[in-house]
Design a protein around this ligand. Sequence first.
Ligand code: PGA
Length: 241
Amino acid sequence: MIIAGNWKMNLSEDEAVALASVLDGKINALPGREIILFPPAILIPAVFAALSPDTAIAIGGQDCHADGAGAHTGDIAAAMLADAGCRHVLVGHSERRQNHGEDDCSIAAKAATAHSNGLSPMICVGETLEAREAGSAFDVVSRQICDAVPASLPAGGFAIAYEPVWAIGTGRVASEDDIAAMHAHIRAELSSHHKQTPILYGGSVKPDNAAGILSLDGVDGALVGGASLAAGDFMAIVEAA
Ligand code: PGA
């Protein structure tokens, strides 16, 4: 079971260090879960410094560029994240798709670059409310899986996060039936050599709904936004896993 915390553009350095050190102590005492934190890139060194040398917490970037290096002001290279000690990177989060115009083709390129630099990409997919209401949620997610997941990624070298856009940061969570159905659909859409890929659910995962979501067939973890910013809430989700 993978529980990932996406801190987005939140926390001062002091807050990030305090949160990481509280989580470090508690998570190391709770083996059996894979925990990944995605801090803002500038806070990654401070978060590493707050973790114990034998920490069970892995760190990832929130995005990377598809190119290895070059004239890309404001972007970050996969190799820089790897140099900083990251093992993971989010690609294609819906906030990147919406706010930065990322499409499946550029997301696939980022995932491939991440992999070739030693990072495990967590490729985010999910339909908008309009698509869900129009009955095209499965088609939208099929297309995203087809176009944003490079066939060249090795089995076990990446994860998928299914995050319905309308459930992110809204407190509106998808029903357990809808989550289970979409996870089964995603697994069916993955190429034969990618069938064992972990598929996480994200979108308003909170302490009170985590146990139900994480016990569903085909759900291999959670990508947690808002509730990952408070140690108590995040730990309650980790303990529910
Ligand atoms: P949320 O965010 O838990 O605040 O809905 C999830 C995400 O965007 O990854």
